[in-house]
Write a protein that binds this ligand. Structure first.
Ligand SMILES: [Zn+2]
Length: 393
């Protein structure tokens, strides 16, 4: 499928859902994946969710919402949800055009079964990938998406993922031995994870008690939330009420062409000048993004990236600004919330039978730092999701 077959080796592109940069570095230090160069920090866009991230990384069409359950702004109702997982993967269940590029992805029901029978599921997923790849034509690129790693981490944590990575390492060594240097393997993830036990944030109930009319799709157990407000004029007030809920780190919403960032550490604004591609961070009542030591004058996007790619909130200004001003999804929330690590929002019945060993979704480093590495190329230290396509395809 790649368009550069004449000028570069064939490429095996392998995406491991939800594997943080930190865990790949640890695996490499244990001697796994030693044919690969140093892993880049691939910065997953906020909210750090699979369909948001992969559509950005592959330059594909935006998905309808952040997850399969989403709020349709025109119809003013919740759409999608659990039905997505039932039956075959029909076109209405394909969230973004990146899926058209996949040569291998796990069968649909696996996405849930990983919580019930994680060992069986990831082993079956990896073996199936191994067999399909072996049977594929050797003269064209191959793109596989292993999704079981995400569920394995959520449900079991990093130690069990380590075992899965050992199996994958064996499979990749075998692939390298029969494909040789003619095939470049590019391995990456869509987003990272925080690796600590997570508690649920009582968000919807708190806002409802305060009388706000707001829809907050609750699906996966993740560290972000998207709010859709019935009355636009209430947005600032609802954002302020949200950040008072224990576990909410910050809220972001639009005000004209500025992004307002609200937190219990005060409020700031992100201003953007499209003509010069410059951002400015203006502290109104505080410093929610902890950018205090950085200049508060207009600086180029490239300058900010260089200064803040390794920050606690990676690439904070562009990333958080774009989360509400670009079409990461078709139905952008009025307010996006980023939780502190250790907290999630999601569907409560699901939360009752799953112990959540790790999660993702927020704008902090552990979730934002996905990885990217190659057997053939040295890559820059940090790469934005929006710039990843040129390195992937
Ligand atoms: Zn996940």
């Amino acid at each position: 499928m790649g368009t550069h077959q004449q000028t570069r080796p064939r490429r095996l592109l392998l995406c491991l859902d939800g594997v943080p940069h930190q865990l790949i570095e640890q695996a490499k230090s244990r001697g796994l994946f030693d044919a690969f160069g140093a892993p880049t920090r691939l910065l997953s866009p906020f909210p750090t969710m699979t369909n948001v991230a992969l559509s950005a990384m592959l330059g594909a069409t935006p998905p309808a919402g952040y997850e399969s359950l989403y709020f349709d702004r025109k119809a003013k109702e919740l759409r999608g949800g659990i039905g997505k997982y039932l039956g075959r993967r029909t076109p209405d269940k394909v969230p973004s055009s990146y899926m058209d590029e996949l040569d291998y992805q796990e069968p649909l029901p696996f996405e849930f079964l990983i919580y019930v029978a994680p060992e069986k599921i990831w082993r079956a997923d990896m073996q199936r990938f191994r067999e399909r790849f072996r049977a594929a034509p050797q003269n064209r690129d191959y793109f596989a998406f292993l999704k079981a790693t995400d569920g394995l981490l959520h449900a079991q944590g990093p130690a069990r993922l380590g075992i899965a990575l050992e199996s994958l390492d064996k499979i990749l060594r075998e692939i390298q031995s029969y494909c040789g240097n003619e095939t470049e393997i590019v391995m990456f993830s869509d987003h990272g994870m925080n690796l600590e036990e997570n508690r649920r944030v009582p968000l919807a109930s708190t806002l409802r008690q305060r009388g706000f009319q707001v829809v907050i799709p609750a699906f996966g157990l993740c560290s972000y939330a998207a709010l859709y407000c019935q009355d636009e004029n209430q947005i600032p007030e609802i954002a302020r009420a949200s950040v008072e809920v224990t576990g909410v780190d910050f809220a972001v919403y639009k005000d004209g062409s500025d992004a307002v960032v609200e937190s219990d550490r005060g409020q700031a604004r992100i201003e953007y000048q499209p003509a010069t591609e410059c951002y400015r961070y203006v502290k109104m009542t505080g410093d929610p993004l902890e950018l205090g030591k950085f200049q508060s004058e207009f600086e180029t996007d490239a300058h900010w990236f260089e200064q803040t790619a390794g920050h606690r909130y990676p690439d904070a200004l562009a990333n958080i600004y774009k989360s509400i001003f670009t079409h990461r999804v078709k139905h952008t929330g009025d307010i996006l919330l980023s939780m502190k690590d250790g907290y999630y929002y999601g569907w409560s019945p699901f939360g009752r039978f799953v112990r959540l060993a790790a999660t993702h979704g927020n704008a902090l480093q552990p979730s934002s730092n996905a990885f990217l590495m190659s057997t053939h190329r040295q890559l820059p230290g940090y790469v934005r999701a929006d710039d990843a396509r040129a390195l992937l395809r």
